[in-house]
Design a protein around this ligand. Structure first.
Ligand code: BGC
Length: 742
């Protein structure tokens, strides 16, 4: 191609989707036309999503696509298969309706970013948006149209393996960060060649599984559902998420995939969602196991009645909806409505349009973004006496622990397509930085679950010969994620014993913990000088961690979940209610009184502090900040008004650094009880050593609204506490009143 031709092509490729962009009315007209011509079988085909497309495309699948048997495939085929399947659907099926290909692109496609829980610890929407953008570019380049992310399940239980895939425990933070992911995946418009549709999952309540056991029962009163669990979903709906996925869980006695209340009343009627709803994997027919549907026909009936448009994997819709329609048990209008939602998505994504279906090469430098996100996700939990950062002039470092050099484990859960060869482990990065001879490697344990002490003496020897010990601890990837609930949260295998052994060397010791959840490591914490929590940091975890250890970058992550002291405290989350007998800090973990002289009947434990090991929002960096002088622009506001809250933050350390300044409120009295604190906003500020800044937030009264006992969203007049804070347990405090609107 000549340069001129290339230029013309680039302009055409960039502008065509915009020029051809159909209006909603055009789309509706085209859907009406199709609905009139479609047979009931073709409609049910659109409502069916299959995993059965393998490589190479079988004649049977080709034939099925020609006949319109499937509307979508998930996690299936190669890029070439997808292109060929799409060609058949468009050119050889009766009505030319395209397929939509879905895949679990959860934290990166080929370039693996930190697990979502790690990303949420960055408290950095721009960074998260960039990571999702890279993932969308890589996935769309091979014909993937749709990802099953973000997962917005509020996770208050670290035993639940899928906490790894969550954006933490706070509904506001999850909503802000989930919306950033949606923007990243969906790009400027859904029909851009490098956009993929996002999916808000698992609607709703899945994270509240009893005992943290995956797929388990959830009981969530409507008040809690509306004030906590639904909020991040509504936020991403408002951010334009294209699809929703209904959950596996039984919610208040009704499986989430058959729940008319959440799926129709709330999602469609209240929120006016006009995108598409897909079930989870077999969650339609699992209603039989739940004891809610008698058989597959009944399950199809319940699913379509609730408004699940597309059935993932199981085939109850295709097998039974025709007889149900013929028998007038299911109104054809319900089927048409679902097919309309599916076709609308396909039109919005430009899948009906011919032209190059694959995006070009990714524009962003994927590994650079992965390195930035990994560094931004790490949380410094302890740093006694400025152990970190290490000096580049340090002599030798001992690199101990099973996770210093385990590419697969550092990628974490959900990495179907992660390019293992891209992964840079901490050991690789440290050798590169310091040279082979300054890095003394002794794994100590082969895997995180290894119980053998055979490697301990070599580890101690390496520690003794070093100037600092870097201990890479945690849990391997396979211990978190779907169906990976744990009853214990401590470091698995003989890791605690390894720490004790290595501590005998008496060298400055830094624990770097890689995990898919908050772990409990109280004993370890007292034996090391510094702790960096790195989650499963993805492909560039190694260089990112090395950057942080040597101070090329400073840790700037903050916890998006509360870390308990022990599994027995779970669930433990910061935005809890008060109780009638709140505990007092003076009684931390001490059995009070005696049987004859009983004391302290408060809500606490007698064998451990009731407080967490590390609170929500917590994270250190290489400098420190002091908060003072909380000020309010006025003593109160009306229910439709706003005020500003500000405080002074000073960097009183000797290095520059980032602080994530958090705004919390508490309504002291409500028509229903209110949490002891709720995050309302946050801001990242960068301060030079010694610098002081005034950080200001605008707080609108409507941000304080909550659902009351009549399930009405309202701002209730009354007194509030307000904090500008470094985490959910501290901060400078003030108060204001909200009065009724005039
Ligand atoms: C998970 C979903 C996922 C789906 C498709 C299910 O088991 O719960 O989150 O998107 O599988 O792979």
């Amino acid at each position: 191609m000549t340069t001129k031709l290339k230029l013309a092509w680039a302009i055409w490729a960039a502008w065509t989707p915009a020029l051809l962009a159909a209006t909603p009315a055009d789309i509706d007209r085209r859907i009406d036309g199709l609905l009139q011509r479609m047979t009931l079988e073709e409609k049910l085909g659109q409502m069916s999503q299959s995993t059965s497309m393998n490589t190479p495309l079988s004649d049977e699948i080709r034939d099925q696509i020609r006949k319109g048997r499937w509307g979508s495939f998930l996690n299936a085929g190669s890029a070439a298969d997808r292109a060929e399947a799409q060609r058949i659907a468009r050119k050889e099926s009766r009505l030319g309706i395209p397929l939509i290909f879905g895949r679990d692109v959860i934290h990166g496609y080929q370039t693996v970013f930190p697990i979502p829980l790690g990303q949420s610890a960055s408290w950095d929407p721009a960074l998260i948006e960039q990571a999702a953008r890279v993932a969308a570019q890589e996935a769309s380049a091979v014909g993937i149209h749709w990802t099953f992310a973000p997962m917005l399940d509020i996770a208050r239980d670290p035993r639940w393996g899928r906490i790894a895939e969550s954006l933490g425990e706070d509904p506001y933070l999850a909503g802000v960060l989930g919306s950033a992911m949606v923007r990243g995946f969906q790009g400027k418009s859904l029909d851009a060649r490098d956009s993929i549709a996002a999916c808000a999952k698992h609607y709703v309540g899945y994270g509240a599984a009893e005992g943290g056991r995956d797929y388990n029962t959830t009981w969530i009163p409507e008040l809690l559902l509306r004030n906590v669990y639904l909020r991040p979903f509504q936020a991403v709906k408002d951010a334009g998420v294209a699809t929703f996925m209904s959950g596996f869980n039984d919610l208040n006695g009704i499986p989430a995939s058959g729940d008319v209340f959440t799926l129709r009343d709330v999602l469609r009627n209240e929120w006016k969602f006009d995108g598409m709803v897909v079930s989870d994997y077999n969650s339609i027919t699992e209603m039989i196991n739940h004891g809610y549907a008698a058989d597959a026909s009944d399950a199809a009936f319940e699913g379509v009645r609730a408004g699940v448009d597309m059935e993932m994997v199981s085939t109850a819709y295709y097998d039974h909806l025709k007889s149900l329609v013929d028998a007038r048990k299911v109104d054809i209008k319900l089927i048409d409505e679902s097919v309309r939602n599916i076709l609308r998505l396909k039109f919005r994504m430009g899948l009906f349009d011919d032209g190059p279906s694959l995006a070009g090469a990714p524009a962003l430098s994927a590994l650079d973004v992965a390195r930035k996100v990994a560094a931004g996700s790490c949380v410094l939990l302890k740093n006694d006496g400025g152990t970190l950062p290490l000096l580049n002039s340090i002599g030798k470092v001992a690199v101990i622990g099973p996770l210093a050099d385990s590419p697969v484990d550092q990628m974490g859960t959900w990495t179907l397509d992660g390019r293992r060869e891209d992964v840079r482990t901490p050991l690789m990065a440290l050798r590169e930085r310091l040279g082979e001879t300054r890095v003394l490697r002794a794994a100590g344990l082969n895997t995180s679950r290894d119980m053998s002490h055979d490697g301990f003496s070599a580890a101690l020897e390496a520690a003794r010969a070093s100037d600092a010990v870097l201990l890479f601890l945690g849990e391997e990837a396979n211990l978190s994620g779907e169906a990976r609930a744990r009853a214990f949260l401590d470091l698995p295998g003989a890791q605690e014993a390894l720490v004790e052994e290595v501590a005998k060397a008496g060298k400055p010791t830094i624990a770097i913990i890689m995990a898919g959840r908050p772990l409990t490591f109280h004993n370890v914490a007292s034996k090391v000088n510094a702790i960096l929590y790195a989650w499963h940091p993805g492909a560039m975890g190694g260089p990112a961690i090395a950057d942080l250890l040597f101070g090329d970058a400073a840790p700037k992550g903050r916890l998006s979940v509360t870390f308990p002291r022990t599994v027995g405290q779970v669930p433990l989350y910061y935005d809890h209610m008060s109780t009638g007998r709140p505990p007092s800090p003076s009684t931390l973990g001490i059995p009070a009184g005696s049987p004859l002289d009983p004391k302290d009947y408060t809500s606490r434990y007698i064998d451990i502090d009731y407080t967490p090991e590390y609170p929500f929002g917590f994270g250190l960096t290489y400098t420190s900040f002091e908060y003072s002088s909380l000020r309010l622009s006025q003593p109160g506001m009306t229910a439709d008004g706003s005020l500003t809250v500000s405080a002074d933050i000073v960097n009183n350390g000797s290095r520059e650094g980032d602080e994530v300044v958090q705004l919390y409120t508490r309504q002291l009295v409500g028509s229903v009880t209110r949490p002891v604190r709720e995050l309302r906003a946050f801001q990242r500020v960068h301060l030079r050593a010694g610098e002081k800044k005034t950080v200001e937030f605008t707080l609108r009264a409507r941000d304080l609204a909550f659902y009351n006992e009549r399930m009405k969203l309202a701002v209730e007049p009354g007194a509030f506490q307000v904090w500008i804070a470094p985490d959910a347990a501290r901060g400078v405090e003030g108060g204001f009143r909200v009065t009724a609107s005039l």
